[in-house]
Design a protein. Structure first.
Length: 186
């Protein structure tokens, strides 16, 4: 088994009222998780706001750093991790991701699941996820088992504490070099 590929997990804090509320409870520095298959974060996926101006309407999203929610919060802080995986792992993850892409209108944000995490009781509905549950689900369905708990109980902080993830950046999202270079080109 040759670990010759990487996937990237980005944890963020936009500083919104919703994230401040979560942070107050969790005491964790980051409260949103996304997954990407490139270090430039051009293909970035998660569960969150479908419309940057509407925090109520959530679901599966392809996040756009320059036009999506992050564009509204230029002071967003983040940490980016690299997870080394095999070619086969990436193939499986992309297959799972394609199911989400093809059915994106059917997926909802699992707000009750966030409450369930705080109670250590998984709240799962078909076609309903919260951000870290979604990322953990992609990894789990691809055969990458990183925790001894269900994806519905995985928090953004669980990514920070797992030794398989290698931190490659921490700071302001728009100061991350690949993002900064893309921003200057646009």
């Amino acid at each position: 088994m040759v670990l010759n590929q990487s996937v990237y997990i980005m944890l963020t804090d936009t500083g919104t009222l919703f994230t401040k509320s979560i942070k107050k409870y969790t005491k964790a520095p980051y409260n949103h998780a996304s997954i990407s298959f490139d270090p430039d974060l051009q293909e970035l996926y998660s569960f969150g706001r479908k419309n940057p101006s509407n925090p109520i309407n959530g679901g599966f999203v392809k996040e756009d750093i320059f036009e999506g929610t992050y564009s509204k919060y230029p002071e967003t802080t983040c940490v980016i991790y690299k997870l080394e995986v095999t070619d086969r792992d990436v193939e499986k993850m992309k297959r799972v991701l394609n199911v989400f892409k093809k059915n994106q209108r059917k997926f909802l944000y699992n707000l009750l699941g966030v409450v369930g995490v705080s109670l250590n009781e998984p709240v799962e509905f078909s076609n309903s996820y919260f951000c870290s549950q979604f990322v953990a689900e992609i990894l789990h369905r691809s055969g990458i088992r990183l925790w001894d708990k269900l994806p519905a109980l995985v928090t953004p902080d669980d990514f920070r504490s797992n030794q398989r993830f290698h931190q490659i950046y921490e700071g302001k999202l728009f100061e991350y070099e690949p993002v900064k270079k893309r921003f200057l080109k646009e």
